[in-house]
Design a protein around this ligand. Sequence first.
Ligand code: TMP
Length: 391
Amino acid sequence: MIFLDLGNQPFANSYQTKFSKTKERKYRLLIDYNIKNNLVSIKKRFSSQSIFNNNYPYRSSMSKTMRISFKQLAQKIKKTINPSRVLEIGCNDGSFLENFNNKNSIGIEPCKNIAKISKSKKINVIDEYWNFKLAKSILEKYGKFDLIYSANTITHIPNLNEVFKSIRTVLDEKGVLIIEDPSLLECINKNAYDHFYNEHFYVFSYLGLSNVLKKNKLKIYKVENIDVHGGSLRYYIVKENLKIKIQKSVNNQKKLELRKGLHKLSTYQKFAKKIQLSKKRLKKIFKKIKDKKEKIIGYGATAKSVTVLNYCKINSKIIDFFLDTTPEKQNKLMPGLKIPVKAYDKKHLKNIKFIFLGAWNFEKEIKVKEKKFIKSGGKFFTHIPFPRFIN
Ligand code: TMP
């Protein structure tokens, strides 16, 4: 059942240059709640090849928060699970695997430009899409793995049954699968509708994910709430037959989601109403600043902000430009409304009073980095959890 319409949207990570002549692909961003299995997904499906190709601009190492999060998790895994062989699905530029011994680990990364960065760190990378065919060939060549990790990747693949069947194929009988993705409960609590864009086929709740896992003879034995990406869940998963204590955190998460009504359509309909209100209020903030003839820039040319800008129709007359540290995004245009992206440089903050925080999920890190801007009276604003000035 479709509960939310975020309008016509471009492909979130397809940054174009000024000179690009190809017409941008657009689609209607409709969000669906499946009452049978509790999965929330976008209505339209795209081929992986049309999104995750050799021009993919996202790099997980661009934020200190992510680098630290991966490092701390790697240390914890070494202490508690102590795996002999690690497989990462969607290893991006290697920020997780670089914490392990390269001889015993393999990363899967289909975007060849990003896989190349991982390879330059001497990580073993297979630059192909995760599917059953690949899993079988990995099994033949390398055998099974006692740790499989995947962060912010499984939600990008429409066919979840194939994803988990493939994982089962290469997961050791006693092996652990750890996956982490934005939490649907946090997404609703924070009105973070910008988690929805063409790459994120799903935003998982515990309720939804556990249904899919059960179907694929896997079970969750521990859940951790983590701060990254505005509130994510990290699930610890094993094969259904493995005898293991199911930790309290699992039932706690289940109870919490039921209490908050994540199994009811009415919860999603209320969420949609709040999003419409959020749009009105955010547009009001932009208007108020522009009425004063002040300049506004954006900070963090995120895929998330592409959803917000195109939904709220904020164009380059309103935001002069975005700043971003990712080389792959710089000197290009934000998809859709074509706001220019400049390389991050403190000099661009001079004489600026208002910044729209596209990378709201890194608020803490950015506030520390931009102490001077804040001290001199500069203001960040965001739509999370409702449109407001941060400082
Ligand atoms: P994400 O929210 O999808 O991880 O994207 C974060 C984007 O924000 C990414 O393009 C890098 C950018 N960024 C900056 O430009 N400066 C920063 O200080 C941080 C933390 C992120």
